[in-house]
Ligand binder design. Structure first.
Ligand code: GLU
Ligand code: MG
Length: 471
């Protein structure tokens, strides 16, 4: 959609000069780049943007390029007036030390944009939402590092839906299946290689526990960079899967009889003690010589557990998410999707698995917006620290082996079992809504309530089979 007039103000000059842009343009041109992919992320965690010729680099990085605001999910922007225009302003950090063309999109370099409206940072841009929470950490001298672990399916379309793209992928317990993995080697290699060339540190790829399901891991980074990396991963995987005649899916639970796709977050908080605040003098404040998790780590964990229900709406934000988080027996014995509000040392059956100096937050699924999920996580963790909350005793039980009454006897709560219940929790949680900001929390709740209503009205084949002639 064409943009309106360029009414946004120029960004402050900072230390970037026209000569910097010229050098950058030349470097990109030398790598064969002719266009820039100005990319931002909407409230649903979907990449959006436009192509901009390389000669517009300076404009993209200073004013930004314009989009019709109300055309973007979750902005709540009006159709007319100065606030109708959403500017995606390129962020230098996203071009990296070695700016390059995307290996799967020759001639095109990706530039991550922040949202601006009327010359100001736009409060409901998910990346700006995360930056606000990162700034709260920085005020205390802290920085959050996250390692985001995407699980995904490779599918193909059939006459009446989708099925795993590889028809031979059918082991009973398909985790680490080395028969099927090599059949997708070309796609997986192109994906890992493409991301590596863009600066991501890819360190492992495996077959996950469902037919057609895989996981690719790249190294942890500071929270904003990790979310940017996750979006790059999605762009790459979607484009490459299409080139291979497949459908890349981050739907949380595509098949009723198979495990779903999680997107676990490994989380650690760091403090920079030296004046220079470089990576070299950073110290992990979740680490404690005498135990796995420091007091701060335990308090952060307590905050995440305390706000677990509201966080669920952000980290498991679709109707389908709750098919993954259902209580009951694990399907394969290793489904591991947590439905219980508990923490425990190396306990994958709990919502938080604690490790030496870090926690793994296991609720998020593959449909979560990584910026919003991280922002909400920080707000919950900081609330735990500010109120010195205690996470309670560590859980060492295999929670999938216990009955619901046994779990309740241990004082362990169950996560919301539907999107509607999670949205109610979010609406009642001023800490998480406050972190998202008025506009974004209002728009998120409005859109997601509508998604729920739409679902609630539909009648499924399961209902017809069960009820049509039952009464
Ligand atoms: N697929 C599982 C989930 O939905 C996680 C499996 C694992 O622990 O890697 O969370
Ligand atoms: Mg996994």
């Amino acid at each position: 959609m064409p943009s309106g007039p360029r009414e946004a103000m120029k960004a402050p000059a900072a230390d970037i000069t026209p000569a910097t842009f010229q050098t950058l343009r030349e470097r990109l041109a030398a790598d064969g780049v002719h266009s820039l992919l100005a990319q931002f992320t909407d409230v649903h965690g979907v990449a959006r943007g436009k192509l901009v010729p390389l000669n517009q680099l300076e404009l993209l990085m200073t004013e930004g390029v314009g989009f019709a605001g109300p055309s973007i999910w979750g902005t709540g922007l009006p159709r007319t007036g100065p606030r109708a225009e959403y500017y995606g302003r390129g962020q230098m950090s996203s071009l990296g030390a070695l700016p390059c063309a995307l290996p799967w999109l020759p001639g095109i370099a990706r530039v991550v944009c922040d949202g601006y409206v009327a010359g100001e940072p736009f409060d409901a841009c998910p990346r700006q939402v995360l930056k606000r929470q990162i700034a709260r950490l920085a005020e205390r001298g802290w920085a959050l590092r996250t390692g985001i672990e995407p699980e995904f399916f490779l599918l193909r379309r059939t006459a009446d839906g989708f099925e795993p793209a590889d028809p031979h992928d059918r082991l009973d317990k398909p985790s680490y299946d080395l028969k099927s993995l090599p059949r997708q080697r070309e796609f997986l290699h192109q994906l890992a290689d493409g991301l590596t060339r863009c600066g991501l540190d890819v360190f492992q790829i495996d077959h996950e526990d469902a037919h057609g399901q895989y996981e690719l891991n790249f190294h942890h980074a500071d929270a904003l960079a990790s979310a940017d990396h996750l979006m790059l991963f999605k762009l790459a995987a979607q484009a490459l899967a299409e080139q291979h005649g497949m459908v890349f899916s981050m739907m949380p639970k595509p098949f009723a009889n198979q495990p779903g796709s999680g997107m676990h977050f490994h989380v650690s908080l760091w403090s920079a003690t030296g004046a220079g605040r470089t990576a070299l003098d950073a110290r992990c404040v979740f680490d404690d010589a005498s135990q796995d998790l420091s007091l701060l780590g335990r308090q952060f964990t307590a905050g995440v557990l305390h706000h677990a229900d509201a966080l669920c709406a952000i980290a498991a934000p679709t109707v389908n998410s709750y098919k993954r988080l259902t209580v009951g027996e694990s399907i394969t014995g290793t489904t591991w999707a947590p439905a219980y509000v508990a923490h425990g040392p190396n306990n994958r059956t709990a919502l938080i698995r604690t490790l030496k100096g870090r926690i793994e937050w296991r609720v998020p699924d593959a449909s979560a917006n990584p910026y919003l999920a991280t922002a909400a996580l920080i707000a919950a963790g900081l609330d735990g620290i500010d109120r010195a909350l205690d996470p309670g005793p560590a859980c060492t039980d295999d929670l999938f082996q216990l009955s619901l009454p046994q779990i309740r006897d241990r004082g362990i709560a169950v996560l919301p079992q539907s999107l509607a219940a999670a949205l109610d929790a979010l609406e009642g949680d001023s800490v998480i809504c406050g972190a998202l900001g008025d506009t974004l929390s209002r728009e998120f709740l409005r859109l997601k309530r509508a998604e729920w209503t739409d679902y609630a009205r539909h009648v499924s084949p399961w209902e017809m089979a069960r009820y049509a002639d039952a009464f």
